[in-house]
Design a protein around this ligand. Structure first.
Ligand code: ARG
Ligand code: ZN
Length: 866
């Protein structure tokens, strides 16, 4: 069944109260539910459909009386109440099987704990209900479990009472005072230790902060707790939003389908985004924790207090909350580096999605399985749309729009349209054209041309836009594109633009528009799309010299980085086309030399400037991705830059050595130093292993995981003669740390070497591999799909192997299988033999018995003919 956005109907009943009572047993859990229904329709309702999935109905009563057979009907999707009264209390008892629930949706038992994941439609796997985000109910939850296995019993809101019962069981009752949709319900039961802290809100309320983890991990919650407090403070400062319960709980688990979940007052997190210590987590891991903790916290207002009318509005909470967490991170760290990382992520995941068969608008029009729409488009492109509104209105006006949005819609389930309307109404602005961004898929191409007129002392800039067709949307309209820009003189200074401003935002609303800037006595170089002010592909008018100039002079960090990236891409594409051209073009060499020579540049930013574009990004720039040629071209450019600047890299490597510290400057210095090491190793002469010695030493002696893992990865990927020993050593040291063993699996699976496929086969039968733990599966299969040469092997062996594994995974965890299947959707980007092989892999999957709805939809949309 396909759900259409246009088919939305207000529910005919609301549920004011839900009381749940769960007797928790891994094999057989009994759920008693008591729901208060009230009719909201004007016409009488003959059938009321309740959602329910994988439930075994034990008893069903309405207003205290067991329902007769003619009063209800069980279906595949749930339960239908026939001719229900206007208001009634429904009591149901069902049996479910948490330990057998390998989907990790609904209530499941994993790693000795009971956990829930109800977004998007997991609550219907716990009880019969109206499982839709526009039904908000007050929840009371009573949990019963054996005291021994489950000393900790948690649910949303406030703990009202606890007690003991017979046979060593105990119970706890929780009440959430805020009405909420079922997708925000959560409960946890298990043997967990807790780390406590507190936070006083701006208005002086004390909030208890709790992070629940395994006993041995209590020392690894510092970054999570600290990030939480900083996020709480930031939301007060920047948006005037305070936390609204007495207690904020976070639970970490190794068994989770996604990153984390914003359940009201009881967030459940993938342990990856909670646990960190210098010995076990890298600087990137720390960064990930900061942003995901903040993201889930920010959902309390953008998502929970104001929630969604229906799932087509998903980006209303996700795009907005990603924008908020990006801005938080930009304020905590370096804004320029943060923006570069955000754009890199957008381009790596969202641009390819937008250019392929799975392209969909930020506000989709149809879905068959909503879990397939937790995408880079809904999240990252959605955040870019919010950012453009922020850019168009300005900071203070954006805040006014947010204030009005909260004021109007607190406690409601609303739409993207409501959000845009609040932004308009708070500022008397018209965003009608802007709404097209939400409905139109595809990445606009922005073509810029410019010319300086020496006679009239003016510069004319012409911008043109065009959006390629996407599935189901053959014709595209122009969208309003804010282009932040400046003009630089030959000294690299910004010149005034028809007035006093030295930076301006041009709004391209038509297909083509031109702007002329006067009073320019000398030629200028345009700096366009500063800060990446719109999610478009810019085709820039600059030649190599101008790019090289911007690479060392542009004061916009994003554009400075972009200029050097563009030079690198151009050099790489030339080598891809003709390997004999492998060299370092002078414009790029100058830019690299200038960056290496400028010790004033912040080290984290310097590392960004000196990092080559990924193979994926290079491939994206080609009509047909030349898998091997791209791989070799990038390797060879790494080697050339490594060899040509040995003293500089060596100098950085030695000068930046330092004992471990966690401040921003130290993080940047580590990043730059490890980049230097990777160039030194790449630049080593064939057969000569001088630099590997450095890596080996660094691996053995590092006082932190960032440095240790960087060295480990280089040694494994370059397959130095003792790589085997190092793999064993790493495993032996860290086998008790699942997050590190995930890295151990992933790095091996991603190693671009001929023997990797065989090794990955071994990894899948390694004792530490577990099909039921998504982090582990993603490490191996996700790592493999990111392996440029082995996954995309010309003979199709990588695809066939991969599809076999997805086939197996689909029986256990359809959500994760469907997500991992998306790389196969890119088949059109490859040469004919690969297209053929990817098509066969998809076809094989399409024929699988008991194919899940999740995977079926991805296959169907990827390749409608298979
Ligand atoms: N709302 C969560 C977040 O982004 C994501 C949960 C998605 N879960 C799922 N099963 N689709 O913060
Ligand atoms: Zn989110």
């Amino acid at each position: 069944v396909v759900v259409q956005r246009g088919d939305y109907k207000v529910p005919s009943y609301q549920i004011s109260e839900i009381a749940l009572d769960l007797r928790l047993d891994p094999e057989n859990t009994e759920v008693s539910a008591c729901l208060h229904f009230q009719c909201t329709a004007t016409a009488p309702v003959t059938e009321l459909h309740l959602d329910g999935e994988s439930l075994e109905l034990l008893s069903l009563q309405r207003d205290g009386r067991t329902l007769a057979e003619h009063e209800y009907r069980l279906t595949d999707a749930g339960l239908v109440l026939l001719n229900p009264p206007e208001s009634f209390v429904l009591e149901s008892r069902v049996r479910i099987h948490p330990a057998a629930n390998s989907t990790l949706s609904g209530l499941y038992h994993a790693g000795g704990q009971f956990l829930t994941q109800c977004e998007a439609e997991g609550f219907r796997r716990i009880t019969y209900t109206l499982d839709r985000p526009d039904c908000l109910a007050r929840f009371t939850v009573t949990l019963h479990a054996p005291q021994k296995n489950c000393p900790v019993l948690l649910a949303n809101g406030n703990c009202m009472a606890t007690g003991d019962e017979e046979d060593g069981w105990h119970w706890a009752r929780w009440e959430d005072p805020y009405p909420k949709p079922a997708y925000l319900f959560a409960m946890v039961a298990g043997d967990l230790a807790v780390v406590r802290d507190q936070y006083r809100t701006a208005s002086g309320r004390d909030v208890v902060l709790e992070i629940y983890v395994a006993e041995r991990d209590t020392g690894a919650c510092v970054q999570a707790m600290d990030s939480l407090k900083r996020a709480m403070h930031w939301d007060e400062e920047v948006y005037g939003r305070e936390y609204d319960l007495d207690r904020y709980m976070i639970v970490a688990t190794d068994s989770f389908n996604m990153g984390a979940m914003e359940n009201k007052g009881l967030n459940i997190f993938n342990a990856k985004y909670v646990l960190a210590s210098p010995e076990t987590a890298t600087d990137n891991d720390y960064q990930g924790i900061e942003s995901v903790i903040a993201h889930e916290y920010f959902h309390n207002w953008t998502g929970n207090r104001v929630t969604l009318r229906d799932w087509f509005q998903l980006s209303l909470k996700e795009g907005l909350t990603v924008f908020r967490d990006q801005e938080f991170s930009a304020d905590q760290n370096s804004r320029g580096v943060q923006r570069i990382d955000d754009v890199r992520r957008l381009r790596a995941a969202q641009f390819p999605e937008d250019a392929g068969p799975l392209a969909h608008p930020v506000r989709p029009d149809a879905y068959s399985e909503i879990n397939n729409f937790y995408t880079a488009t809904v999240y990252e492109k959605g955040a870019e749309l919010v950012r453009m509104i922020h850019t168009l209105l300005g900071k203070a006006q954006f805040r006014q729009g947010m204030d009005l949005y909260f004021q109007r819609h607190d406690g409601q389930a609303v739409t993207i349209e409501d959000f845009v309307a609040a932004m308009e109404d708070a500022n008397q602005r018209d965003l009608s054209g802007f709404r097209r961004w939400y409905g139109q898929a595809g990445t606009p191409i922005l073509r810029a041309t410019g010319s300086y007129d020496p006679a009239r002392h003016s510069y004319t800039l012409t911008l043109r836009q065009e959006t390629p067709a996407t599935p189901g949307q053959p014709v595209k309209e122009p969208v309003p594109i804010p282009v932040r820009m400046a003009l630089l003189n030959t000294q690299g200074q910004r010149v005034p633009l028809n007035g006093t401003d030295r930076e301006s935002i041009l709004l391209l609303e038509q297909t083509e528009q031109s702007w002329t800037f006067d009073n320019l006595p000398d030629p200028v170089i345009p700096s366009l799309l500063r800060g990446f002010s719109a999610p478009v592909r810019l085709e820039s008018p600059l030649d190599d010299d101008a790019r090289s100039f911007l690479a060392s002079h542009d004061d916009d960090p994003f554009n400075r980085w972009e200029s050097i990236q563009d030079l690198a891409v151009k050099a790489l594409l030339a080598t891809v086309a003709d390997a004999s051209l492998a060299s370092l073009p002078s414009a790029l060499r100058h830019a690299v030399a200038a960056t290496l020579g400028d010790a004033q540049i912040d080290p984290a930013f310097r590392a960004e400037l000196l990092s080559l574009p990924s193979e994926d990004y290079i491939g994206e720039q080609m009509p047909v991705i030349a898998v091997e040629a791209v791989h070799h071209a990038r390797d060879s450019l790494m080697r050339t830059i490594g060899m040509q600047f040995v003293p500089e890299w060596m100098g950085l490597y030695h000068d930046l050595a330092a004992t471990y510290q966690r401040d921003g400057l130290s993080i940047g210095r580590r990043r730059l130093r490890n980049l230097a090491l990777s160039y030194l190793i790449a630049g080593d002469h064939e057969g000569h292993e001088g630099m590997a010695l450095y890596a080996r030493q660094q691996y053995a002696q590092a006082d932190n995981m960032t440095d240790r893992l960087a060295a480990f990865q280089l040694l494994v990927q370059h397959r130095h003669h003792d790589a085997e020993d190092i793999l064993l050593d790493f495993y032996r040291r860290w086998h008790e740390y699942p997050l590190l063993i995930d890295k151990w699996f992933a790095i091996q699976a991603a190693t671009p070497r001929p023997e990797t496929l065989r090794q990955v086969e071994h990894l899948l039968v390694h004792p530490a591999f577990d099909w039921r733990v998504p982090n582990r599966v993603r490490a191996v299969l996700g790592g493999f799909a990111a392996n440029p040469t082995v996954f995309h092997a010309a003979d199709g062996s990588g695809y066939a192997f991969y599809a076999e594994q997805l086939r197996r995974l689909d029986d256990l965890n359809p959500q994760t299988a469907a997500r991992l299947a998306t790389p196969l959707s890119r088949w059109q980007r490859y040469d004919a033999p690969r297209q053929q092989a990817m098509g066969e892999a998809l076809k094989m999957l399409a024929g699988k018995p008991k194919l899940s709805r999740d995977l079926a939809e991805v296959i169907q949309r990827s390749h409608p003919n298979k």
